[in-house]
Design a protein around this ligand. Structure first.
Ligand code: FAD
Ligand code: NAD
Length: 463
């Protein structure tokens, strides 16, 4: 008799959802988590604290820069109390991580506190204790990745974890990597008063994004004062007392430059985390990229051991991990789990937000589709005009023959929320005509999605 029907290793969005769902389905469940609080990277040092700072810094910037004066709202003597801002962020994190603990208690999931390591295919040591389980789900997430020679020191050269807790606004923050973390954390500290330079190796920021969106996005962030140095590589970072000298040069070769920064944020991606798991004792071997490969039911090469979330191939996003957690519990309980890897939205929570789901135009063409593309700018959307925030546009990519929607890309203040309707439409196999014929409430930013869908087959109405 095993101690548990299911043991989850890792209490992040993947692991905690898997544990709760399996318990709800009647299984005896434990979750091993070595961190002092549940919620993983996302709740402790990822999604939640970064969004708390993005929100607070946006409010500060709105008050401090005079951008509300045109609405007749002006502030005098605006001051930044960073300590209070960080405390409020910590409060949000604490409330949410304690919420997961509450849900564990409510659903009778046992939290085994400590680092887990396999002793055999069905046995795992968690701290001093040995537990056995019929099914094991590996949900150990990811850790920051560092290219050779670029190593954080935790003070001047840091990862996102420290950049969420700077106790003073940097004078000059150099961010290595113009992806999700670089743009979000760069935006936070820029709004709070830092000079921010982002060094991106590829020719455009967030290289996986649709190129139309990426181009416009870069222009807008540039106007906000972020110095975006694309097509540049960092060759060395040398600590010099309280500063660092960052050597950069064009990625394709050319003259070198040195930037002096009091903080350098390394944000060039994350790597799957299987450190200390002793996977070999379970008979599971990660692939060359360190990921644990799984089949459609999240089974590894050892079928009763499954894996989900950042430790597996695919986008490293909390909602992907959560959906996989839900689905893996369903499979283990004898039901059918569902995650559609082609319909996973992605959002960069800057201002404006950049959101996408499905294929980019380049990916759709490379996959052999003839396309029809509809676009609609927020400049012609009545609600965006009313709110005086008309940056960005909606782009819908449909197959020319079938009209099926293949991808939706949105740059705009509400993009992160609006992308849900696009994901739902794609999940239902919608055509662009389905979206165009759906009644959208007026006046809303979402009408821009309807207009972009109308524009797939003919002229949009309000332009
Ligand atoms: P994780 O959340 O990494 O959780 C894994 C857990 O396993 C950790 O708590 C770890 O302590 C534990 N663990 C590891 N090994 C062991 C072991 N041997 N024994 C016991 N416990 C172990 N994604 C979004 O979708 N939206 C966002 O806005 C967003 N913002 C982010 C901002 C930042 C700064 C960062 C760094 C990431 C962000 N992400 C965001 C990504 C998101 O955090 C991850 O995709 C998500 O947390 C992955 O969930 P997971 O459950 O796979 O792993
Ligand atoms: P990322 O993959 O988003 O971006 C890394 C960027 O660094 C890429 O644009 C890449 O081209 C560039 N790069 C790589 N090597 C480089 C080098 N040597 N010099 C300069 N640039 C280099 O990774 P990230 O920003 O570190 O974030 C990690 C992951 O965390 C993301 O991929 C995402 O999955 C997740 N995340 C998501 C969100 C969100 O959903 N809003 C927010 C933060 C993090």
């Amino acid at each position: 008799m095993a101690d548990y029907d299911m043991l989850v290793i890792g209490g992040g969005p993947g692991g905690y959802v898997a544990a709760i769902r399996a318990a709800q389905l009647g299984l005896k469940v434990a979750c091993a988590e070595k961190r002092a609080s549940l919620g993983g990277t996302c709740l402790n040092v990822g999604c939640i604290p970064s969004k708390a700072l993005l929100h607070a810094s946006e409010l500060y910037a709105a008050a401090a820069t005079g951008e509300l004066t045109k609405f007749g709202i002006s502030f005098k003597g605006v001051e930044l109390d960073l300590e209070t801002m960080l405390k409020e962020k910590a409060k949000a994190v604490k409330e949410l991580t304690s919420g997961i603990e509450f849900l564990f208690r409510k659903n009778k999931v046992t939290w085994l506190k400590g680092a887990a390591a396999f002793e055999g295919p069905n046995s795992v040591a968690v701290g001093e204790n040995l537990v056995t389980a019929k099914n094991i789900v590996i949900a150990t997430g990811s850790e920051p990745f560092f290219p050779p020679g670029l190593v954080p020191d935790g003070e001047v050269v840091v990862t996102s974890t420290e950049a969420l807790d700077f106790t003073a606004v940097p004078r000059h923050l150099v961010v290595v990597g113009g992806g999700y973390i670089g743009l979000e954390m760069g935006s936070v500290w820029k709004r709070l008063g830092a000079q921010v330079t982002v060094i991106e190796y590829m020719p455009s920021i967030v290289p996986a994004m649709d190129s139309d969106i990426a181009g416009e996005f870069a222009k807008i962030l540039g106007k906000q004062g972020l110095a975006l140095r694309t097509g540049m590589k960092v060759t060395a970072i040398a600590r010099d007392g309280a500063e660092a000298k960052v050597s950069i040069e064009p990625a394709t070769g050319g003259p070198a430059e040195t930037l002096v920064a009091d903080r350098v944020l390394l944000a060039v991606g994350r790597r799957p985390n299987t450190d200390g798991l002793a996977l070999a004792k379970a008979g599971v071997t990660p692939n060359a990229r360190g990921q644990i490969e799984v089949d459609g039911q999240f089974r590894t090469s050892v079928p009763h051991i499954r894996a989900i979330g950042d430790v597996t191939p695919g986008p490293m996003l909390a909602h992907k991990a959560m959906d996989e957690g839900h689905a893996v519990a369903e499979w283990i309980a004898g039901h059918t789990g569902h995650v559609n890897p082609t319909v996973i939205p992605a959002v960069v929570y800057t201002m404006p937000e950049a959101a996408s789901v499905g294929l980019t135009e380049a990916e759709a063409r490379a996959a052999g589709h003839e396309l029809r593309v509809g676009k609609f700018p927020f400049l012609a959307n009545s609600r965006a005009k009313t709110n005086r925030d008309t940056a960005g546009f909606v782009k819908i990519i449909a197959d020319a023959a079938t009209d099926r929607v293949l991808g939706v890309h949105i740059l705009g203040t509400m993009a992160g929320t609006m992308i849900a309707q696009a994901a739902q439409a794609m999940e239902f196999g919608a055509s662009s005509e389905d979206i165009a014929l759906t009644c959208h409430a007026h006046p809303t930013h979402s009408e821009a999605v309807k207009e972009a869908a109308i524009a797939v087959r003919g002229p949009a109405l309000h332009i």
